[in-house]
Design a protein around this ligand. Structure first.
Ligand code: ADP
Ligand code: MG
Length: 456
């Protein structure tokens, strides 16, 4: 709230108008997506609205990274009661946020939305069995397969299913990156404060659960302490009959950094692989996506869908991405042109195929960084300054400088990020470099992204 006023200063306001109009403003409440701003009795709501609504919106978006509506109210506003009721309602809703959401699950990743085909029918069947009787059939369940083939989708489906059956079940879904980073933090805090309570908390979190899902175990670092802790977590859960589900891009025997004792633990459960979908399955996935995302209204011709299914073979995320891109291109033309094969060809042109010897382009880096942090490429390129976006942006700058196949100047990187100054880029890159030296979790994260860009 205060920040809004501060930032106003940066937005070229004269001192007089700032202190007359902006300084007296108080954030009254933030409800859902609206910021209610209380205007001082003696000022004119109309005037402020006319003059400052837009700049304020922009400011809020810059700071928070989210779009908010802004609504001005005065102290004698008739709507005050109404707003208070809205606030109560909104906070109640927040509290009853579904268990699934709290467990960090994507609501779209359920068994209902998962298309079963020859490539994944076995993995799907054992996942359903585990979801129906966690801890009792296949434990651990180890799902493996290439990037974008549905491992995360299946894991979330299992978790949703268990929670639907019994919302009281304690389910923890994490990536191996989160596990590692939280462990590093707990060890560090334990050391610096001289007590063990942060490690105790860590262990409580990971052991006091019914189902543990660890995604992308291939990124668990080779460090002894991490694998040691994971080994104990695993044993603790396993011997008390708790379900463990693990995913990886390859089977346990091929994960070189994995300790032998963990490898053999993983192999004693059920291994199920997911391979690339065949043509029929790719068609079915595209049709399903059209249905789920309500894209029927675009009347995409069958031959266009077939064209996409024919050309994108190995990655379902790219299959979906092509469809999104196609619609985006069409809408860019004010919904006027036609959706045909040539538009589809244009859409596919930008889709990065997962080839091991692929060129490392800025687009590839943007794509992987955005995906990793679960933000959009538009956000990465935007001017938003909130840490959730600014930090990934700096990581992307660093990776472009250090990993691009064609060497990129600071200026060239600046151009990619909407014409940023070369000194801004330099600052960003150096910040990442120096922080990686002291911040072990950042170093871990950057290493994981590097592996995603350049899978060995
Ligand atoms: P992975 O974790 O294996 O890299 P994801 O689970 O993230 O892959 O899947 C990538 C995208 O493809 C997701 O949007 C997911 O919903 C979709 N997807 C994957 N497999 C299927 C499937 N069998 N049916 C429907 N959508 C799928
Ligand atoms: Mg995944």
């Amino acid at each position: 709230p205060q920040i809004i006023e501060h930032l106003r200063v940066e937005h070229e306001l004269s001192n007089v108008s700032f202190s007359t109009w902006i300084k007296p403003l108080k954030v009254y409440d933030v409800i859902n997506n609206t910021v209610f701003i209380m205007v001082n009795m003696n000022s004119s709501v109309e005037y402020i609205e006319k003059k400052y609504l837009l700049p304020l919106k922009v400011c809020i978006a810059e700071i928070t990274g989210e779009e908010y509506e802004v609504s001005f109210i005065s102290e004698d506003d008739d709507r005050l009661n109404e707003i208070q009721n809205m606030a109560v309602e909104a906070s109640q809703k927040k509290r009853t946020k579904s268990v699934a959401e709290r467990a960090g699950l994507n609501p779209k990743y359920t068994f209902d939305t998962f298309v079963v085909g020859g490539n994944n029918s076995f993995a799907h069947a054992v996942s359903v069995a585990v979801a129906e009787s966690p801890g009792q059939v296949y434990n651990p369940l180890f799902l493996y397969g290439g990037v974008g083939l549905g491992k995360t989708h299946l894991m979330h489906s299992i978790a949703h299913f268990i929670l639907d059956q019994n919302p009281k079940k304690k389910i923890l879904y994490v990536t191996s990156e989160t596990f590692t980073n939280e462990l590093i933090e707990s060890l560090k805090n334990g050391k610096s404060s001289g007590n063990e309570s942060s490690m105790t908390k860590f262990r409580e979190k990971y052991r006091n659960i019914d189902v543990l899902l660890i995604d992308d175990i291939q990124f668990i670092i080779g460090k002894e302490s991490t694998q040691e802790e994971f080994f104990h977590t695993f044993n603790h859960l396993h011997t008390s009959g708790k379900q463990i589900i693990i995913s990886s891009d390859r089977p346990p025997r091929d994960i070189e950094t994995l300790e032998a004792r963990l490898r053999s633990r993983f192999e004693m459960g059920m291994l199920a692989d997911i391979s690339s979908p065949d043509y029929e399955t790719r068609m079915a996935i595209l049709q399903k996506k059209i249905e789920l995302d309500k894209l029927e209204k675009y009347n995409i011709p069958l031959d266009v869908i077939q064209y996409i299914a024919t050309n994108i073979k190995t990655n379902i995320r790219e299959l979906e991405g092509s469809l999104n891109k196609l619609i985006a291109l069409y809408r860019l033309n004010n919904n006027e042109g036609t959706i045909d094969i040539s538009l589809a060809a244009e859409a596919l042109k930008d889709i990065i195929s997962s080839d091991n010897n692929r060129e490392v382009t800025p687009e590839l880096i943007l794509d992987i960084v955005a995906d990793h942090f679960n933000i959009s490429i538009a956000d990465l390129k935007s001017k938003k300054r909130n840490a959730e976006i600014a930090n990934p942006r700096q990581v992307a700058m660093y990776l472009m400088r250090t990993m691009s196949t064609k060497e990129l100047s600071l200026k060239a990187i600046g151009a990619i990020f909407g014409g940023k100054d070369h000194s801004t880029i330099k600052y960003g890159i150096e910040k990442v470099e120096s922080e990686m030296e002291t911040d072990e979790t950042l170093a871990n994260t950057v290493n994981i992204i590097k592996k995603k860009i350049n899978p060995a």
